[in-house]
Design a protein around this ligand. Structure first.
Ligand code: DLL
Length: 433
């Protein structure tokens, strides 16, 4: 089943014509309505009329997360505030988040792309979606909700957390589709087993897992534990939320809804646009968004594009699974964390040195973070109780900064290894490649 054959199976020529037309419109719309774009385009002398074919997009400047942060809260909006009917923000917990505003038309488009995603995953109106993505400012909960309603499925807006209840609902309500982060799905499956259930006691058939990096190994694990198809869903707040791209049952890349989002892959150093198949940074342009048009957004996510026709019949370009980032952002239990935030928290405590190391592990189920930090000899103590108190204090500071609990270990002065070049602050043992 294909939700919207007209747009998901377009021939190449019609697709390109549609994209050029939409690109011209959105560039003009952004220029006319968002001072940031007007300034940016004028600075390099690029005119709306310069966009005659798709390749001309390369004449336009990039938009970065910093640009969006500087526009906090609403300066990137292209319509009057009263036309914005919903707002979401990025998942980081401190500093200014990036804000995303949606008009009614935007929400309808979001629902449409999620509807495509649900059907791509084998779902439809008869399904019961247990939506464990967080409801709130995070885009996961509401995005899936809008799309679930659109296909006419039953949505259980259970949101994240309370695992015991999740299992109860899954068994009693006979949920058929599970939507959550892959790490939470794994946690749920372990919990299910612990409660004495097997995959025979549940009715799940498919899962839409995303919002963080995961691997083929993890797919196999989830598929065998739940006896489902575990499919990858990708998206980001700045562009819309989940559903920008989704895997079909062929499981060979994520179909990008190209009638709404125009993807490019660039070399993150030279900023040159790369060929199909080459791995680089994904850059996305919204082709239809009203509330907040985004031109050439540098996602920092690493992937590649494949334009070969997929066996599912869809002709939309596919992106490969995200394998890394060009920056040091970590997603821990679904939340964006930058090492600099942890550093900021550490430096608020007198007597700590800026020598620290962050170790992220996934102990089968949930992400764990250990922060090793060196204390000055003045602060370092031989007394265990004193050390423990200090470690707790540091953990509380970090919690305030990033919203997550981490384990802190104090290291003796001059014991953490020093780097000769760029300091290596993070060891991510979760192994996403
Ligand atoms: O994570 C939107 C989302 C919700 C996607 C639910 C899928 C499901 P943000 O919090 O703004 O939005 O984070 C966006 O998360 O740039 C990627 O680095 C990462 N990410 C999202 N989906 C995937 C995925 C939501 N399937 C950032 N694989 C993105 C790898 C992903 N990374």
């Amino acid at each position: 089943m294909i939700w919207n054959e007209k747009y998901e199976c377009m021939d190449d020529k019609s697709k390109k014509e549609l994209q050029v037309r939409r690109l011209q419109n959105i560039v003009k719309f952004a220029y006319d309505n968002v001072p940031f774009y007007r300034r940016h385009f004028d600075e390099i002398g690029v005119k709306v009329e310069d966009i005659q074919e798709l390749k001309d997009i390369e004449k336009l400047p990039f938009t970065t997360k910093t640009n969006l942060r500087e526009a906090y809260p609403f300066s990137m909006f292209a319509v009057d505030d009263d036309e914005i009917i919903e707002i979401h923000t990025s998942s980081g917990t401190t500093g200014k988040p990036t804000v995303s505003g949606y008009t009614e038309k935007d929400i309808n488009i979001w629902a449409e792309i999620i509807a495509r995603a649900i059907v791509m995953a084998g779902g439809g109106s008869k399904d019961i979606i247990q939506n464990c993505y967080g409801y709130g400012l995070f885009t996961g909960g509401f995005g899936v909700h809008h799309g679930g309603r659109k296909v006419g499925a039953t949505v259980i807006p259970i949101s994240a957390g309370n695992t015991k209840r999740q299992i109860e609902i899954m068994v009693d309500f006979k949920s058929t589709i599970l939507t959550c982060t892959p790490s939470y799905a794994l946690y749920l499956s372990e919990f299910l087993e612990k409660e004495g259930f097997t995959s025979k006691d549940i009715n799940l058939k498919t899962g839409l897992f995303g919002a963080e990096m995961w691997t083929e190994e993890m797919r196999k694990e989830l598929e065998s534990r739940f006896n489902i198809n575990a499919l990858n869903i990708y998206g980001l707040t700045e562009i819309m939320g989940p559903g920008v791209a989704q895997e079909c049952l062929i499981k060979d890349g994520l179909h990008i809804s190209e009638d709404h989002f125009y993807p490019e892959i660039i070399d993150p150093d030279t900023l040159e646009v790369l060929e199909d198949g080459e791995k680089g940074e994904l850059v996305l342009t919204t082709l239809t968004r009203e509330g907040m048009p985004i031109i050439r957004f540098r996602t920092k996510d690493l992937t590649s594009l494949n334009r070969e026709k997929c066996d599912c019949g869809r002709t939309t370009v596919r992106m490969s699974r995200i394998t890394g980032r060009t920056d040091d952002m970590l997603k821990i239990r679904g939340v964006m964390v930058f090492p600099s935030q942890i550093e900021k928290a550490l430096l608020k405590i007198d007597g700590l040195t800026p020598n620290y190391h962050i170790i992220v592990t996934r102990d089968g189920i949930l992400d764990e973070v250990e922060v090793k930090v060196e204390a000055t000899s003045k602060l370092f103590s031989d007394e265990i109780k004193v050390l423990e108190e200090l470690e707790n204090r540091i953990a509380n500071h970090i919690h305030k900064e990033i919203g997550l609990r981490v384990n802190v270990t104090l290291a003796e002065p001059n014991t953490l290894s020093r780097s000769e070049g760029k300091a290596i602050r993070v060891t991510d043992k979760r192994n996403f490649n």
